[in-house]
Design a protein around this ligand. Structure first.
Ligand SMILES: Nc1ncnc2c1ncn2[C@@H]1O[C@H](COP(=O)(O)OP(=O)(O)OP(=O)(O)O)[C@@H](O)[C@H]1O
Length: 684
């Protein structure tokens, strides 16, 4: 009999809403804390210290140096191949060095005492503007040990965003990596409330320009290294001032996919309710005190943050890595983070998995016909066997040995979230690596709202509601989504819901109802097994000229099946009968793709605008549409290519790797207008 992952509460639901559903084993009670009675984030670390004091918990690699290499790149110029020399620099890293629970408690207690002796008090705010690292998390726990609040700012955030976060949140202390100091130096005259600046640096040192920036910052602020603050704490010990559950832990800014990031007030108990909820169902799949997770996604994003906290609480070691050093190819004279750490669990946003998939398929597609056939059939077979609960791991040693070894060979399951994952990507990862589970989360819910279990072999869903929330679907009449058909906007309620937006009560009232339901803005549907499927986001539903709605994100996820594209932004409005798209193709790969498609060109810089190449890519995308049974009105009518790789650095993606639609359209205005002309649309 099929498992039912969530259950409807009796006597719930109404004319415009589905019954309320909860995780199948917690229909009586929503989980509101981690056990035993852990309602604040610092207590999660203390719990680890009490239960496994000498177990390693936080691991990092030191940067030992850099290695610069010349690379010969082939380019076709005026019909002739030319070789250009480019310089690339790579990090050389140490092995992982671990801090035990006891050491982490001592260090953060001293750091908190250090903050206190600088004059920082409970409820004051410490802004962390640094990449994901052990230092990031130690600073956060140091602040929590004295009931200070942490304000998060993505390390890729530009000057204006950083200034906005610092001034809006009335930050007292700014904590940075030395590399970020030049940015602080540039905006320091406009910073209003900061009194102290604390920085850390790599063992190897800091990049050019940072020392001068630090000197400049010192003219206005008291500047300390992290070690100096720690030493201050050692010399001036004070009692820890552990927060209450209802205290605010974080001012976390959303990723900004729908506009300006909003400052979300997240409570300690909210995060620990999520941790308690996860523990209820994930504990059987984990070897606590032994398993390791690789943490490399931005800690300023809720997804990475709550997973780290859960791991610290439950005894999963957290090893820090960076997107720049994950694989062996990206470092020198050492192994990449994945192979060095050999994690059992790893998390990623769909963009990460899409890149891994493209790498795998490139290798497979370059092999002989027989190997290709064997590989693709094995992917299908392993998924089928898994879905019937039949033995399938024997295939790992025959077909998937290489792909598994590339990720250290110990992965038990991988987690994807933050945006929809393509079914084919999930299928491939299930087979070539290990089970991939999909979660659905939101900053306003302290992280997790729903997630699949590791032995759930179904696709196109984000699992059951987390035991820390209850959920219902509510009519969205303008888009013709009705609860009576089992569809509607996802509303959630529970202890993990946020405490409001910073300085924006009006938006808080619009987002949370008086009786505590958070309106997620996402459109969902229940499966027969009680899992949630996300059909789209309210803001990304677009009405076509026919009056029908199309779901942009869902379409993008489908079109990513084309191996031509690195990323895609589907564009539609009420003048159109069919959508069009801006397609992002990596300019390092475009020449190879054009060669494969037999397209003639004189210079690679011409390919993105070559009509023949555009036609070839569009034809492939239309083929993908047919293969996936998209309707005519969901099929792309035209495309244009943007060959500058979209990234958070060039403002085309949010730091959580989601599309920044407005920015993408602004940067490609000419291309859009050209496409609209081709589609016979009036210019607005
Ligand atoms: N597995 C998933 N599938 C589809 N969408 C997802 C998934 N996980 C998260 N999301 C989307 O991410 C949203 C939450 O993201 P986050 O809190 O980072 O802010 P954002 O919505 O991206 O940014 P902003 O609120 O500034 O526009 C959810 O509301 C949902 O739309």
């Amino acid at each position: 009999m099929a498992v039912v992952y969530s259950k409807a509460l009796p006597q719930s639901g109404g004319a415009n809403e589905t019954p309320t559903r909860r995780f199948h084993t917690s229909t009586e009670k929503i989980i509101d804390q981690a056990n035993p009675d852990i309602t604040n984030i610092y207590a999660a670390l203390l719990y680890g210290q009490q239960t496994r004091p000498d177990n390693p918990v936080l691991g990092k690699r030191d940067v030992l140096g850099t290695v610069t290499e010349d690379k010969q790149v082939q380019h076709k110029v005026n019909g002739k191949m030319e070789t250009v020399t480019k310089q690339w620099s790579y990090f050389k890293l140490s092995e992982y060095k671990w801090m035990t629970y006891s050491q982490a408690v001592d260090y953060t207690t001293n750091l908190g005492a250090g903050f206190r002796s600088m004059g920082v008090k409970a409820k004051n705010r410490v802004l962390i503007y640094a990449p994901t690292s052990r230092e990031w998390q130690l600073c956060a726990f140091g602040a929590f040990s004295q009931s200070m609040q942490v304000v998060t700012a993505y390390d890729t955030l530009g000057e204006s965003g950083l200034l906005h976060a610092m001034n809006q949140a009335k930050v007292e202390v700014a904590f940075l990596k030395a590399d970020q100091m030049p940015i602080l130096a540039r905006i320091m005259d406009q910073i209003e409330t900061v009194k102290h600046v604390v920085y850390y640096q790599d063992l190897y040192g800091m990049p050019d320009g940072c020392k001068e920036a630090i000197d400049k910052v010192k003219t206005k602020y008291a500047v300390y290294t992290m070690e100096e603050v720690h030493e201050l704490g050692v010399k001036n010990p004070v009692e820890r001032q552990i927060p209450e559950g209802q205290d605010i832990a974080l001012v976390m800014y959303t990723s900004g996919s729908t506009g300006k990031p909003k400052g979300v007030l997240i409570g300690h108990q909210g995060v620990m309710a999520v941790a308690g909820g996860i523990h209820l169902f994930i504990a059987p799949y984990i070897e606590h005190g032994h398993d390791i997770i690789l943490s490399y996604l931005p800690l300023s994003h809720v997804l990475a943050f709550f997973v780290d906290v859960y791991c610290i609480y439950s005894g999963i070691r957290v090893g820090y890595g960076t997107p720049r050093t994950l694989t062996d190819d990206s470092v020198r004279e050492c192994q990449g983070d994945i192979k060095e750490l050999r994690p059992m669990v790893m998390m990623g946003v769909p963009q990460v998995w899409n890149t891994i998939r493209a790498g795998m398929l490139k290798q497979v597609n370059n092999s002989s016909w027989l190997v290709r056939k064997l590989f693709y059939n094995a992917v299908e077979l392993k998924n089928v066997l898994r879905s019937h609960n039949l033995p399938h791991n024997f295939m790992d040693n025959i077909v998937f040995k290489k792909t598994r070894e590339a990720t250290g060979g110990r992965l038990k399951f991988i987690i994807t979230g933050g945006a929809p994952i393509n079914r084919n990507v999930q299928k491939l990862m299930n087979a070539a690596l290990c089970p991939m589970i999909q979660g659905f989360g939101m900053t306003e819910a302290s992280g997790l709202l729903s997630v699949q279990l590791p032995d759930d072999s179904t696709f196109n869903n984000v699992g059951a509601p987390c035991p820390s929330v209850e959920m219902k679907l509510v009519d969205v009449p303008e888009a013709k989504y009705f609860a009576k058909d089992g569809k509607g906007e996802i509303w959630v309620r529970g202890p993990s819901i946020f405490k409001g937006y910073l300085d924006n009560d009006e938006l808080t009232r619009e987002t949370v109802t008086e009786d505590g339901w958070l309106k997620t803005g996402d459109i969902g549907q229940w499966t027969d097994q009680g899992q949630l499927t996300i059909i789209d986001r309210k803001k990304n539903l677009v009405k076509l000229v026919s009056g029908e709605y199309i779901a942009l994100e869902a379409l993008e996820s489908t079109y990513k099946n084309s191996l031509y594209i690195h990323n895609i932004c589907v564009v539609a409005d009420s003048r159109m009968a069919q959508p069009c798209a801006i397609v992002n193709i990596d300019d390092n790969q475009i020449a190879q793709m054009a060669d494969n498609a037999g397209i003639d060109y004189n210079n690679p810089s011409e390919i993105a605008t070559s009509q023949d190449f555009i036609k070839a890519v569009l034809a492939d995308l239309q083929h993908v549409a047919r293969e996936n049974n998209l309707t005519k009105q969901e099929t792309l009518a035209a495309i244009r290519i943007d060959a500058e790789l979209w990234s958070p650095e060039n403002d085309r993606l949010t730091p959580a790797m989601k599309l920044k639609r407005t920015d993408i359209c602004d940067y490609n205005q000419d291309k859009l207008e050209d496409m609209y002309r081709q589609m016979g649309l009036d210019q607005e």
